[in-house]
Design a protein around this ligand. Structure first.
Ligand code: MCA
Ligand code: AMP
Length: 502
């Protein structure tokens, strides 16, 4: 029986003693040992009653074991649903209930007991070192597992992405979405088995999980698997690496460190940036300090990667390059959907084998964003410049990106609006020196003295992940509106734009 994604990424490495993961302390884990662990996990998942097409949610710190749960899901045909470790139990509850997940593996399982019992989910814990009830159970399971038969159109993963309505949407990704993108990127970025990728990204998002990990698996390369991005750990690991992928905050933090020099990076063949706009200034400073041109690319959870600057050829600061092989990209008028001329700003639409198949249980949302002809409306605004490169100039969606994490203001506004003494609220993204953007909440008081900023801050903290919580709350008499009554967030950004800088 064949399982396209599993066979292509994982199964082909059976028996291979080559290191797949290299840890900060110098230990390593071979491909073969990793696959044996994954097979034990797949047997454990099935023994718990999960079958092909069921969902398994995971909210754990980064470890080899966590990555092996991903492999085990691919092997057993169970749909993998990774969750940001910063999410609160209230946020996790939504994902569990919406997806109908049957198993939840969590770092902090104790805090999720109620969620698990309410939704009849099998709950296991997994600590940052990979130990816990799930790994214990798997210890005695067989390390032989015949992969479930799965093809390119079968679902591989659900990745939740926030929405403009405040309700997160589960993007359904097929085996072929993931495999086709990894195959293309390996060629575009010239990954080979000689590569050692410095992996400091989280593994619950597309960037660290699919882009970085799948490329390494497909190339039979190795990765230095750091628990998180930490400047000291990165400089310690850098001499062994050939390549690194990161969000812009990685690069600004490296630039702030004197150890970033031509010498310390001269052996590196590639630095990739994505998930948020890389300031042209950062690109230029990095190249002045290191002689290395960061390669910027553009992607989304729903589409994997869409465009990239060239490996050979000019990597132009402030641009995200050209469409990947097999990806069609057009710029359209947001009102009519008609294609606009090169040089004209419009909404970015993409089509190709990389594009997801829809949002779980949200056919209407799917229809709004994914056209019948297969083009996906990204919600990003940009234009094709005179050299055929895409330049992203803004967003047609109300979205904040902080340190590479997406934050939809609506989700926060819904919570702020419910607070005592608040009539209404507006949440905006303002420039932040480290995270690129960060969150500010503007509140309109009802005129009584029941509005209590401290209490609101506490209340928000129980509902929302830390990275979504406003860094500052400001009380105003009223919100600026246009003639249609729509809140003018641009005006708010103009007024409060420098609130968090400096
Ligand atoms: C941590 N904090 C944040 C963020 N991360 N706040 C806003 N935005 C963030 N991204 C909070 C912490 O809870 C902490 O709060 C305070 O900010 C400072 O934390 P610090 O220790 O400095 O943060 P860190 O642990 O060093 O993390 C920063 C980071 C990390 C390294 C930039 O956020 C990260 O690895 N980001 C990568 C995200 C990513 O992989 N995105 C890809 C999405 P306090 O001190 O008050 O407790 S995939 C995607 O977008 C598409 C597909 C694409 O194109 O790739
Ligand atoms: P996500 O929903 O987390 O996958 O984030 C996708 C969004 O991140 C895109 O729609 C863009 O707005 C943004 N993004 C990703 N890469 C880039 C980039 N290189 N430059 C600007 N924005 C980016």
């Amino acid at each position: 029986m064949s399982n396209l994604l599993y066979d292509s990424l994982f199964g082909c490495h059976a028996g291979d003693a080559k290191p797949f993961l290299i840890f900060a302390d110098g230990r390593s884990l071979s491909y073969d040992a990793f696959l044996r662990m994954a097979a034990r996990f797949a047997n454990t998942i099935n023994a718990a009653g999960l079958i092909v097409g069921d969902r398994l949610a995971m909210q754990v710190e980064k470890s080899a074991e966590a990555l092996a749960v991903y492999a085990a899901c691919m092997q057993s045909g169970v749909i993998f649903l990774p969750l940001n470790t910063a999410y609160t139990p209230a946020e996790v509850e939504y994902f569990i209930s919406d997806s109908g997940a049957r198993m939840l593996i969590a770092n902090d399982a104790d805090s999720l007991q109620t969620v698990a019992s309410t939704h009849q989910v099998i709950l296991h814990n997994m600590a940052a070192d990979g130990s816990g009830s799930f790994t214990d159970l798997a210890a005695t399971a067989s390390d032989i597992y015949a992969p479930a038969a799965r093809g390119g159109d079968d679902l591989a993963a659900f990745l939740y992405t926030s929405g403009t309505t405040g309700r997160s949407k589960g993007a359904m990704l097929t085996q072929n979405n993931l495999l086709s993108n990894a195959e293309t990127l390996i060629d575009e970025w010239r990954f080979t088995e000689d590569d050692v990728l410095l992996h400091a990204l989280p593994i619950f998002h597309t960037h660290g999980l699919f882009v970085a990990t799948n490329i390494i698996l497909l190339a039979r390369a190795s990765m230095i698997f750091l628990p998180k991005f930490d400047v000291d750990m990165v400089f310690a690991a850098l001499p062994q690496a050939t390549s690194m992928m990161g969000v812009p905050t990685f690069y600004t933090r490296l630039l702030d460190d004197q150890r970033l020099t031509v010498q310390s990076t001269s052996h590196m063949r590639l630095f990739v940036s994505g998930s948020a706009p890389l300031l042209a200034e950062t690109h230029i400073q990095f190249s002045q300090r290191t002689n290395q041109q960061i390669l910027e690319r553009y992607g989304m959870t729903e589409t994997n990667m869409n465009t990239t600057n060239p490996y050979d050829g000019p990597r132009r600061a402030g641009t995200v390059g050209k469409p990947l092989a097999g990806v069609e990209l057009k710029i359209t008028d947001p009102d009519t959907g008609a294609r606009v001329a090169d040089g004209t700003i419009g909404q970015i639409e993409v089509r190709g084998p990389n594009v997801f198949v829809g949002y779980w249980n949200m056919p209407e949302k799917t229809r709004e964003e994914l056209r019948e002809d297969g083009f996906f409306i990204t919600g990003d605004l940009g234009f094709i410049d005179d050299q055929g490169y895409l330049q992203i100039v803004g967003r047609n969606k109300d979205l904040i990106i902080a340190g590479g994490y997406n934050i939809y203001p609506k989700e926060i506004e819904l919570i702020l609006d419910e607070q005592p003494g608040v009539i209404e609220s507006a949440v905006i993204g303002v420039p932040h020196p480290d995270f690129g953007e960060s969150v500010v909440g503007i509140l309109v008081s009802d005129g009584t003295d029941s509005l209590d900023l401290e209490q609101i801050t506490e209340s928000v903290a129980t509902s929302l992940a830390k990275f979504k919580q406003p860094r500052k709350l400001i009380v105003v008499d009223e919100l600026p509106r246009n003639a249609m009554g729509k809140v003018q967030k641009n005006t708010l950004r103009d007024i409060y734009g420098s609130t968090l800088s400096g």
